[in-house]
Design a protein. Structure first.
Length: 447
């Protein structure tokens, strides 16, 4: 915590206490992640009301519930990258018993299948969950309550089926796959199915009294992939750090970027929240946070990461009725970013400009508008004059002589082709087929 000012630490403490008191939460752990781990963290209240003066610790487990979905989503993307499945495969291709036609893996990851929210059988009344065989059979009995992609409709049932998909594609139980592929490489030793070792107790605080009622710990069985994990603040901080900067051993950074692309709006009224592939995307001012919330009897949790700032907020609460975990976690991270931001990197001069790019730098025009082409750290970039500062420059990678692929920013994915005269001078360029010239020209004026 030495990287934070005393003023910021006091403000974070005050915020956590206010949330705990106003929300009447028996105990919570709040934290801010930066630099690969907890930058700040504090337990407030009681981990267990039998010891009211002992607050939750960073190594105490909470049920992180639907935060489990982000792990399942990464497992699916790993298998995609390995060529074992395609996101546009239908579930029945990998789970032949599936009777609902046209339900794709991509739709499942984004909650746009239109399938009903929960497994058949009123599981939240009976508190009895299906095993793997019952899950698949129940999926076939379940309703498709919306047309695919019609709107965002959250489905624990569908994400549980993704756990079954992982198990079949990887040839082992979902948790065994999770442990080998994610938890062990990231050294998340205290993330398990259900509590194991030191853990907080979960409660429900009734609205008209202040006497908490202990909540049961459920066996989710085949629903573990959608909400069965227990974890700690320390482990979830590691997960936030991974989301901010993926470890190639676990998942290619480009794949995690893909997961963070909006697939559908969650908040259709104000467009403040969207859903990617397994991740919620929430706006806060000019920042975007990637993460998820979780809720189980006696446990409400949230973990959200600003990948641009490399800063995450986490909150773990041991009460069924708790403050909004997304808003709470994001408020923590926002405060640190605004009051104790990461110091900017020192600019370092480049050492050389590739010879083939010396005639490209400078101002060019396309569709009548100016673009500045420059070389930064030996790489070609382009930026429209007047482009807002928060929008990224286009970057290019060479794919052949005088042919470059746009990798970031405007026209990402498209080709930039250079045309030279007999002296080797670049006379024009074509970017996503649009003509780029040294002088501003009307359409057709080049002909």
């Amino acid at each position: 915590m030495a990287d934070l000012t005393e003023s910021t630490i006091r403000s974070l403490h005050r915020l956590a206490v206010q949330k705990q008191a106003k929300g009447r939460v028996p105990g919570l752990y709040a934290g801010v992640v930066r630099g690969g781990g907890l930058l700040w963290g504090e337990g407030i209240g009681a981990a267990d009301l039998s010891r009211p003066d002992v607050p939750p610790a960073a190594d105490d487990q909470f049920l992180v519930a639907s935060n489990s979905k982000t792990f399942t989503a990464v497992l699916v993307m790993q298998l995609r990258d390995e060529g074992r499945l395609d996101l546009d495969d239908t579930l029945d291709r990998h789970i032949p018993e599936v009777a609902h036609p046209g339900v794709t893996i991509r739709q499942a990851l984004a909650h746009v299948t239109g399938m009903q929210r929960e497994p058949v059988g009123d599981v939240w009344e009976t508190l009895e969950n299906p095993d793997r065989e019952q899950l698949v059979a129940g999926f076939n009995e379940a309703e498709r309550v919306h047309r695919p992609h019609h709107l965002w409709h959250y489905s624990n049932l569908v994400f549980s089926m993704l756990g079954e998909l992982v198990a079949r594609a990887d040839g082992r139980d979902w948790y065994d796959s999770l442990k080998a592929r994610i938890l062990d490489p990231l050294e998340m030793r205290r993330t398990t199915v259900g509590p194991s070792g030191p853990a907080v107790s979960g409660y429900y605080v009734p609205p008209h009294t202040d006497v908490p009622v202990p909540e049961p710990v459920l066996d989710l069985k085949a629903l573990a992939a959608c909400g069965g994990l227990a974890s700690t603040a320390d482990d979830m901080a590691r997960w936030s750090a991974f989301v901010a900067s993926p470890v190639e051993e676990v998942l290619a950074p480009a794949t995690l970027e893909e997961m963070c692309e909006p697939q559908i709006m969650m908040d259709r009224q104000r467009w403040s929240a969207a859903f990617g592939l397994g991740f919620m995307l929430i706006r806060s001012g000019d920042r975007t946070y990637v993460g998820h919330t979780g809720g189980m009897p006696g446990h409400i949790t949230g973990l959200f990461t600003d990948r641009t700032a490399g800063t995450g907020g986490l909150v773990l609460m041991n009460s069924t009725s708790s403050p909004d975990p997304a808003a709470f976690a994001i408020e923590l991270a926002d405060h640190v970013t605004e009051h104790d931001p990461v110091a900017p990197e020192v600019w370092r001069p480049g050492t050389s400009v590739p010879e083939e790019l010396t005639g490209v730098v400078g101002v060019w025009y396309s569709e009548g508008s100016p673009f500045v082409f420059s070389v930064r750290e030996g790489r070609l970039e382009a930026r429209a004059q007047g482009l807002p500062e928060h929008k990224p420059s286009s970057r290019f990678e060479k794919v052949a002589d005088d042919v470059y692929r746009t990798t970031h920013g405007r026209e990402a994915g498209e080709l930039l082709r250079l045309t030279r005269d007999e002296h080797g001078t670049v006379t024009k360029m074509n970017w996503a087929t649009y003509l780029v010239t040294r002088e501003p020209l009307a359409f057709g004026e080049w002909l």
